[in-house]
Design a protein around this ligand. Structure first.
Ligand code: AMP
Ligand code: MN
Length: 381
């Protein structure tokens, strides 16, 4: 499921900001946003735009943000970031429902069918990014940013994307999962990378794009197909000649040979990090690039391996793994969104301020992230 960026949420608290008389804070789920004083009261619904929403500049309703518009992916618009105003963190944009007919229209329609109370519940389960032409802002790697020109193939649909939900959107998780054990790992800030191997006898192999083996000699192995993907794109092998690190790092780690020898239909997912990736926030030395495994997707079973099995497999394949803090019952890690955000503050592999932490349930598929607020503010995100 792709992340819901624009949602209707209920305000659970409002607080004045010391020294400010025109603004105050409003809380929706685990998020705190700064709003115009009096715009919201407790229990009121608002339309919440999560950080990393990209608002289209041509929509006149965003004109008030125009002085901070950016160019992104060939478009002009506003990227919602974390901000600090008068000492208070503001994350996301909260707009009164009545300002957005795209939303009130849906609510009224639901109300006609189900009554007000039920309609309010239902509308909170929907997402409005499509209706409002909001996109998820993503860093564009210079080398893979224009991915349409690199490869026409998206990452194979039978591989799960590496996105993680933010803990602020899961305020009930601390009660519901408190006795369950999670792996806590460091979130590294590079680029998502997936390498896959699909056996020739797998029914999935027919869904892979055709290859020109003269240009892509490594892709066709005797017992199956090998591929290297960024977050969204199956990258063609010859694209490596352009200086893109994905295939280079895969080749330095002899991944095609290792996965073919293992002879299992798997997608190994990790973070591509190094001197030229995403501003090298982790602080790796010049020339260093590598792949730090954080998950393994079982292509035939269509589920993730348990985190312990992922660690063992990374070791067996001679690959680095993202740092693992340990395995703990959730209640020992944190009991609230605020507590988890506190715990996310810390340092990474090379002792620089880390992006955050990722919690993965010991039995596989459920996981989520906590991003350090001080990291977001420091990097202007
Ligand atoms: P974001 O970068 O905020 O979109 O968060 C999700 C991304 O975090 C995933 O797509 C991964 O590329 C990346 N990531 C970095 N470290 C980890 C980790 N330890 N576990 C899972 N994902 C990670
Ligand atoms: Mn990232």
């Amino acid at each position: 499921m792709s992340r819901r960026l624009v949602t209707v949420r209920k305000v659970s608290d409002t607080q004045p900001i010391r020294g400010a008389d025109r603004i105050e804070t409003a809380v929706v789920d685990g998020w705190q946003c700064i709003v115009k004083k009096g715009d919201f009261h407790i229990g009121q619904l608002g339309v919440f735009f999560e950080i990393d929403s990209f608002l289209p500049g041509e929509d006149p309703r965003w004109a008030f943000l125009e002085s901070n518009f950016i160019n992104w992916n060939g478009q002009r618009g506003f990227r919602i970031k974390s901000q600090k105003m008068r000492g208070s963190v503001s994350q996301g944009l909260l707009i009164p429902l009545g300002d957005l007919p795209e939303v009130t229209g849906v609510l009224e329609e639901l109300e006609g069918k189900h009554g007000r109370e039920e309609a309010e519940k239902l509308v909170q389960g929907l997402s409005f990014e499509a209706a409002l032409k909001v996109q998820k802002w993503e860093a564009m790697d210079n080398k893979t940013g224009g991915w349409n020109e690199i490869s026409k193939a998206p990452m194979p649909a039978f591989i799960r994307k590496t996105d993680q939900e933010r803990c602020q959107n899961l305020p009930h998780v601390f009660e519901e999962w408190k006795d369950e054990t999670f792996q806590e790992s460091t979130k590294m800030d590079g680029s998502s990378m997936t390498v896959y191997f699909v056996r020739n006898d797998s029914d999935k192999v027919q869904h892979l794009p055709e290859v020109d083996t003269a240009k892509q000699p490594t892709v066709v192995q005797s017992n199956g197909r090998f591929g290297v993907c960024s977050r969204n794109v199956d990258i063609t092998e010859d694209y490596g000649d352009n200086g893109s690190q994905y295939w280079k790092v895969a080749s330095n780690n002899q991944l095609a040979g290792k996965l073919s020898k293992l002879n299992r239909s798997l997608a190994v997912q990790g973070e591509l990090c190094g001197a030229t990736i995403q501003g090298n926030v982790e602080g790796f030395p010049v020339g260093f690039h590598d792949f730090f495994v954080f998950a393994v997707w079982d292509i035939d079973a269509q589920k993730y391996l348990a985190p312990q099995d992922t660690e063992a497999l990374a070791k067996q394949l001679g690959l680095r793994h993202v740092p693992v803090v340990g395995y703990f019952p959730l209640r020992e890690i944190a009991t609230s969104v605020q507590g988890l955000l506190q715990r996310a503050e810390g340092v990474g592999l090379n002792k620089r301020k880390r992006e955050g932490i990722v919690l993965k349930h010991v039995r596989g598929d459920f996981s989520f992230k906590a991003i350090s607020n001080s990291y977001l503010l420091k990097h202007g995100e």
